[in-house]
Design a protein around this ligand. Structure first.
Ligand code: NDP
Length: 453
């Protein structure tokens, strides 16, 4: 069977066997289509039926989570852990707590995680998990009781050489602390079964900053390859969470001007540059809304989401040289891509997972906009998570500078790998193809080595 037909057949089977899992299908379609030149050159992947094997998780765990709210009423949520691939090492990937979470979202994130983790060059498999629980508007005690109830089931399925979850949307330092505490209570063991832990009890320096810093390091490498640098660039950033905050912080320290951030209610445009301390105070300390930012900085503008026309986002209509989508999936659409191109944007660098729709990617590439794909550009977080595991295993604690130096080297290596692989497979400059083929090859070759298991 020709490689093209094989790819379409596998995609068709996903639609039949995983109906309604649109985000998972979108992620699989992008990866599988970009593998065509590899499959045509190396038939062993088809002979070993690697595509059919890799699109099915090794294990999918779905469980009921019952917790009690402050009024004493029992509440019910769903919990998920999708252990996609353990070919390269223990399952690794974050937990997301957000009302939009469903099996399709967790599968898309877990599938992406396989190739992202492979690209880091470290020994980690791919997984993802989470719940449709919404931490917003809940008291600390409610969040704690939810995390404890979630861990009451999850603890059976994780372990420091088996599966090591981390944070993602809605799961930050507070949630990791409650989850870790409950694991310890249930098992009586103090083990590195989660990453993103507090520095005071087993966390790694630079883990909090890693995804945002790594995203900027990746953009710098990409720009350098085109004779440019991040210094002096006007940058738009979406999101106001972990990834966005530390993207903004690193951009400022490297001499760029990050002029925006956004949350689920609106966008801030601050032409003089976002004040990181204000942003951290609003989002990390007070868990507040960005509306507050414009009150504290009268030269900034706040654009509420409901005041922006449907089909686009205010943040992508702000003129910029580089755009860093760092909030959530499919947040940058074709309408937004048109705005970015007409405003002269040079590079879109994905901090979030799959933030750009396929139509928008197509449009950006057609118009010569450089593109840093998520599984390469945002891999810094999981890379430092693996460094946290290494420190836990050896009972060491490395300095901020040491971890940051390693992070920089890993991001450079990821860029070089994606760049040279894209060239080798006939798509110079197309880092989507480069990242997908390089990540896939590493996992697929190891799957063949390990036999049909
Ligand atoms: P956080 O929960 O810390 O922040 C998410 C931010 O995005 C918040 O500001 C939130 O707004 C905003 N947001 C979330 N959903 C929406 C939505 N539907 N519309 C508009 N805004 C939204 O998450 P992270 O920063 O950790 O994650 C952001 C992205 O980066 C995700 O795609 C995640 O998978 C990816 N990522 C994260 C890594 C990490 O290490 N944390 C590693 C690699 C990728 P509000 O404040 O109103 O909730």
């Amino acid at each position: 069977m020709p490689a093209r037909e094989y790819i379409e057949a596998v995609l068709h089977e996903i639609q039949v066997h995983s109906p309604g899992q649109v985000e998972f299908y979108q992620a699989a379609e992008e990866v599988l289509h970009s593998l065509l030149p590899l499959l045509e050159e190396e038939p062993k992947y088809m002979d070993q039926n690697i595509l059919r094997r890799i699109v099915v998780p090794e294990r999918t765990i779905i469980f009921r989570v019952i917790w009690t709210d402050d009024a004493g009423k029992p509440r019910i949520n769903l919990g998920y852990r999708v252990q996609f691939s353990s070919t390269l090492g223990p399952y690794k990937g974050g937990l997301r707590f957000h009302p939009s979470v469903n099996l399709g979202i967790i599968k898309f994130l877990g599938f992406e995680q396989i190739f992202k983790n492979a690209l880091t060059g470290l020994s980690i498999g791919g997984a993802k998990g989470g719940s449709n629980f919404d931490p917003k508007g809940k008291s600390d005690n409610e969040v704690m009781r939810f995390c404890q109830a979630f861990m009451n089931e999850l603890y059976r399925h994780i372990g420091q050489t088996h599966d090591v979850p981390a944070g993602d949307i809605g799961v930050g330092a507070r949630e990791i602390g409650y989850l870790f505490g409950q694991y310890k209570k249930l098992t009586g063991r103090f083990e590195g079964i989660l990453t993103g832990k507090n520095l005071r009890w087993g966390g790694s320096n630079t883990r909090r900053e890693a995804t945002g810093y790594g995203s900027v390091y990746f953009a710098e490498n990409l720009l350098n390859a085109h004779g440019e640098e991040i210094k002096g660039k006007i940058c738009t950033v979406s999101g106001a969470g972990n990834v966005a905050i530390y993207t903004i912080e690193k951009l400022r320290s490297m001499g760029a001007v990050p002029v925006s951030c956004s949350d689920s209610k609106g966008t801030v445009h601050h032409p003089g540059g976002i004040n990181v301390e204000t942003l951290k105070a609003i989002k990390e300390v007070n868990r507040g809304s960005l509306e507050e930012y414009a009150r504290l900085h009268p030269d900034a503008t706040y654009i509420p989401l409901h005041e922006y026309p449907e089909g686009g986002h205010a943040v992508w209509n702000i003129p910029c040289d580089v755009a860093f989508p760092s909030a959530t999936q499919n947040e940058l659409t074709l309408v937004d891509a048109r705005h970015l191109v007409s405003n002269g944007c040079q590079l879109v660098n994905e901090g979030a997972n799959m933030p750009t729709t396929p139509e928008a990617i197509n449009y950006l590439q057609k118009h010569g906009v450089l593109f840093g794909p998520a599984k390469a550009a945002n891999a810094g977080g999981v890379a430092v998570s693996q460094l946290e595991m290494a420190q836990n295993a050896s009972m060491e604690h490395w300095s901020f500078a040491e971890v940051d130096t390693r992070l920089f080297a890993i991001m450079k290596n990821i860029f070089d790998t994606a760049h040279t692989t894209a060239e080798a497979y006939g798509s110079p400059g197309n880092l989507i193809v480069g990242a997908n083929i390089a990540g896939f090859k590493k996992v697929a070759d190891a799957m063949i080595d390990q036999g049909a298991v």
